[in-house]
Design a protein around this ligand. Structure first.
Ligand code: NAD
Ligand code: UDP
Length: 317
């Protein structure tokens, strides 16, 4: 028998960068939050400040194994997101996306929960359409070093839409473009955390390639707001739906902005470009903007300042 009327929300990957911010937001809205994580790339530290809240629960669990709990909504975020982390154990990465999706969709089916998938702009691969609208099918190498992540996420999307068509599940698929902010892992190799940590330590800033490749950077609070709006939207809005900041920067411009903020004596050094590194990436967010009235609010300088302050505290610099 159900005693409380509060919504019980499961966040897989709840101890990770995005998951920890999402747990915080859901608690602030009065939900009961169950965070499931196997700590592959996340840490208890990211959510330690939530332990005192009686509406928060942490379960150590690997979503490649079935999970039997009772929930009303599921945000499926579990999956390492940085190339260094997802390439460390590529087989586990694919399993997390594919077996994990099957398990979480099975849970959603049994509990009749609405389920949101954290998909990625990587489903577009190295795109030849720019900016990328949701209708673009992508250009992904199926056998490269990024494939465990890209193809795993593509297969997860397939599973979400098949469960929707075959079993009538209420699904929401969000394709996230590069997102940054406090609680990114300092050693995860992603460009924003790498450059900030290098600049704060006075080390060389490592530009891969000539730095002319582009990315669009979304601040974490904007993305979390989009997640919550998407989950609350009409059932007919399944996605896939792009979420990210459409303002595009070259990697060189990003390095210069971070150096400008941090100051110090770091030099820019150029290293080989990793295999299959996309040349350009920028979301077309027309769908999110019309269907959810969602647009990013935080500018890159403001978001970077908050992120620099976080890493300064973390590294004690
Ligand atoms: P993250 O690595 O900080 O968080 C992922 C979390 O999932 C970690 O806490 C990790 O321990 C956990 N996890 C991994 N495998 C698991 C498993 N088998 N069972 C249970 N927990 C597991 O990454 P993030 O940046 O917070 O990304 C969260 C989600 O958003 C991921 O699915 C990622 O693919 C997606 N995403 C993120 C970005 C971004 O820019 N941050 C971009 C596109 C997509
Ligand atoms: N990058 C870089 N130096 C670094 C880390 C990353 O020049 O120290 C580049 C990387 O090659 C890519 C871009 O920055 O072109 C974004 O990399 P990230 O790993 O953050 O995300 P993704 O490639 O998945 O978008």
């Amino acid at each position: 028998m159900r005693i409380s009327n509060r919504k019980r929300v499961l966040v897989t990957g709840g101890a990770g960068f995005l998951g920890s911010h999402l747990c915080e937001r859901l608690l602030s809205e009065g939900c009961d939050v169950l965070s499931v994580d196997n700590f592959y790339s996340g840490t208890r530290d990211n959510i330690a400040h939530l332990f005192a809240n009686p509406r928060f629960e942490l379960i150590r669990h690997d979503i490649t194994f079935p999970l039997y709990i009772e929930v009303d909504e599921i945000y499926n975020l579990a999956c390492p997101a940085s190339p260094i982390h997802y390439q460390r154990d590529p087989v586990q990465t694919t399993k997390t996306s594919v077996h994990g999706a099957i398990n979480m969709l099975g849970l959603a089916k049994r509990t009749k929960a609405r389920i949101l998938q954290a998909s990625t702009s990587e489903v577009y691969g190295d795109p030849e359409v720019h900016p990328q609208p949701e209708g673009y099918w992508g250009r992904v190498n199926p056998i490269g070093i990024r494939s465990c992540y890209d193809e795993g996420k593509r297969c997860a999307e397939t599973l979400f839409f098949d469960y929707h068509r075959q079993h009538g599940l209420e699904v929401k698929v969000v394709r996230i473009f590069n997102t940054y902010g406090p609680r990114m892992h300092p050693n995860d190799g992603r460009v924003v955390s790498n450059f900030i940590v290098q600049a704060l330590r006075g080390e060389d800033i490592t530009i891969y390639g000539d730095g002319s490749q582009t990315r669009s950077f979304c601040y974490v609070s904007d993305l979390i707001d989009g997640f919550v709006r998407m989950m609350a939207s009409e059932p007919v809005l399944t996605g896939p739906l792009n979420m990210g900041n459409p303002v595009e920067y070259t990697i060189l411009e990003l390095a210069e902005s971070i150096l400008g903020l941090v100051g110090g004596r770091s030099r820019l050094v150029f290293k080989p470009l990793p295999q299959d590194d996309p040349r350009q990436r920028k979301p077309d967010i027309s769908l999110a903007s019309t269907a959810l009235r969602w647009e990013p609010q935080v500018s890159l300088p403001d978001g970077l300042s908050a992120t620099v302050a976080y890493f300064r505290g973390l590294l004690d610099l």
